[in-house]
Ligand binder design. Sequence first.
Ligand SMILES: Nc1ncnc2c1ncn2[C@@H]1O[C@H](COP(=O)(O)OP(=O)(O)OP(=O)(O)O)[C@@H](O)[C@H]1O
Ligand SMILES: [Mg+2]
Length: 385
Amino acid sequence: MQLLGGVIDPELGSDIVELGMAKGAKVEDGIAYLHIDLTTEGCPLRAQIQKDIRARILSLPGIERVKINWGVLSQDEKAEAMSKARFNVSQNAPDTEIPSTTKVIMVASGKGGVGKSSITVNLAAGLASRGFTVGVIDADIWGFSVPRMLGLDDHLESKDKKIVPVEREVGDGLLKVVSMGFLVDKEESALMWRGLMLNRAVQHFLQDVAWGEMDYLVIDMPPGTGDVQMGLAKMLPRAEMIIVTTPAKVAQKVAVRVANMGRNNYLRIVGVIENMSAFVTPDGERYEVFGSGGGAELAAEVGVPLLGRVPIEAAVASGGDDGEPAILNAGGPDGGPAAAELASIVDTIVSELVPPVEMAGCSARMLDLATAALDEFDAQQAADS
Ligand SMILES: Nc1ncnc2c1ncn2[C@@H]1O[C@H](COP(=O)(O)OP(=O)(O)OP(=O)(O)O)[C@@H](O)[C@H]1O
Ligand SMILES: [Mg+2]
């Protein structure tokens, strides 16, 4: 039930446990039996909710199958769910400014220097190049590197008391980026910020940024399991986590702790990316500089898929230095094996593991939107006359 609490009804914007839609869950012989009631029969969002539920429940070690018994909320239950959703929207919400339809992916690692930031910017750019609107939070407040890696040298502006993210168009898509790097003038001055303030800074990035509509939000986490990571996990229980590791055994050991932290906060672990896998020469010869197998072992230990193995390639490092993520060359004449692997990871994310929310719309949200638009229209007319 705790895991189901991370499944948001995209239309109502609250989680299915709070809305009273998750009626029961039991596990027998590796099979999870769930009873879920929806607002209407044949709700087009059912496929979306089902995908989310399956992904989360199957991420629990020991569960091999998920069986869902679907039902429909009674009129009273439906009314209660709607009023809860409205209450959440009007009262406690927005806990964060992140839309409920945005898929949140945290890129985490045990050790530093394994390539989290490089993976973050490449995944974000890859998603944007497929036409999505992608937010990026550089939660590595101290060691921010996202601005440089995305070629952004700008200052955060504010409008109506909200921070406006720095934008960059990528193909048909859009990146919206916030980083401490846009607030301080020099990389060194960020070092003076103390722990407490770091945590507050991240909170601001969730609560006080005018994010607007976004399909994905990718978060570059600081390494390890400190206060910032714990704070983020608590504030975004619906987030999903990707763990980056190198093939080395030491990296793998500390990465398990990050996975445990995620699980303890009921986050779903999407999978592991092994970075800095073998160095491949132009002739195709492989050198396993940092050893081999760490990614696969970590994935097996955590019980999640290995999403891919990104080789060591100068193009990844120089892409970071030049602000042009290597993935943008995938499939082109300058695209090497690292770009191709990164692109295939993005494909897996979009098509299988973390598909975007498609707003087919059942009832409530559409109704609310229409009502709000009409109210605004009326107010405008009243003002004009
Ligand atoms: N696959 C790769 N091939 C070549 N160089 C890489 C690769 N991945 C990362 N690098 C380089 O390794 C260095 C460390 O990567 P990055 O900054 O992304 O790691 P990080 O985990 O974010 O580090 P930190 O913990 O300091 O934030 C960078 O210089 C980056 O360009
Ligand atoms: Mg980094």
